[in-house]
Design a protein around this ligand. Sequence first.
Ligand SMILES: Nc1nc2c(ncn2[C@@H]2O[C@H](COP(=O)(O)OP(=O)(O)OP(=O)(O)O)[C@@H](O)[C@H]2O)c(=O)[nH]1
Ligand SMILES: [Mg+2]
Length: 299
Amino acid sequence: MKAGFVAILGKPNVGKSTLLNALVGSKVSIVSRRAQTTRDAIQGVLSESRGQIVFVDSPGVHEPSKRLGERMMREVERATHGCHLALLMVEASGPITNSDRRALVVAKRLEAPVILLTNKVDKVARKELLLPFLDSCRKLHEFDQFIPISATKGINLDRVLVAIFERLPEAPEYYYPEGYLTDQPERFLASELIRERILRETHDEIPHSVAVQIERWEESRRKLRISATVVVERTGQKAILIGKNGEKMKQLASRARQSLERCFSRSVHLEVFVKVRRNWRNKRGFVRDLDFHRLLGIR
Ligand SMILES: Nc1nc2c(ncn2[C@@H]2O[C@H](COP(=O)(O)OP(=O)(O)OP(=O)(O)O)[C@@H](O)[C@H]2O)c(=O)[nH]1
Ligand SMILES: [Mg+2]
């Protein structure tokens, strides 16, 4: 049996979280059209007859401009350290960007084999352009293998799994018990699902300015009661989120509640408050407190 850790690396928005969810067959990491959706490294675990793969989804590699971004980039390094293999994702439509190069630097630092995945092949209309692009990738680094994929359409994901299992070390047992899906506490997953809803339904600066904190969590056998605070950076953003007569927030909360019910297979009562905290993305203490690994005592 094989078992090991696999880092998923790449620039923001290339499809890392989509790939993670597709490979583990369950939604463990939120996805949106916006760059810098993922802020924390998240593990998703696949257990099957060939063995166990612990995937590490990570924030997109970029040049950080705020404390939140700095923490995200430290998180990439911390969480992928010691991985047995790296999947570096780039967009199949090319070209190679500076962020791709930066992500490659992080992948190389792992001193593990790197497989290049050219994602979103479904978006490339002229397939004859895929090969010249692969040639240009070849010049960047001696990749262990190249696989063109589509994370959303599921193209070649079986090949990705074969390539991973070929390279993982033999192991006497799984790292995690069978059925273990992710390292995130349920509370954090809930805050992420609420944040995903907001990312999907707001524009401009709001998505990046939102943090979600779970204030109250009460479980009974049939119902889950959650109170969450959505933190934004400006009063104008708060007004947009709440909307006229609170309509916008009502709609957001209702859709978020549906995602939560799907995820936790239970009926959910969700209460959402909006709070302004100026420039929180640059406040060290606040940014630190959002980190779920700290809650778990990992650091
Ligand atoms: N057409 C197409 N779109 C894709 C594919 N994979 C991902 N996407 C879309 O790309 C966008 C970004 O996907 P994410 O999975 O959030 O990307 P990410 O790399 O995790 O982004 P960050 O967390 O911001 O670093 C979403 O709108 C996805 O639906 C694909 O194979 N084909
Ligand atoms: Mg992501």
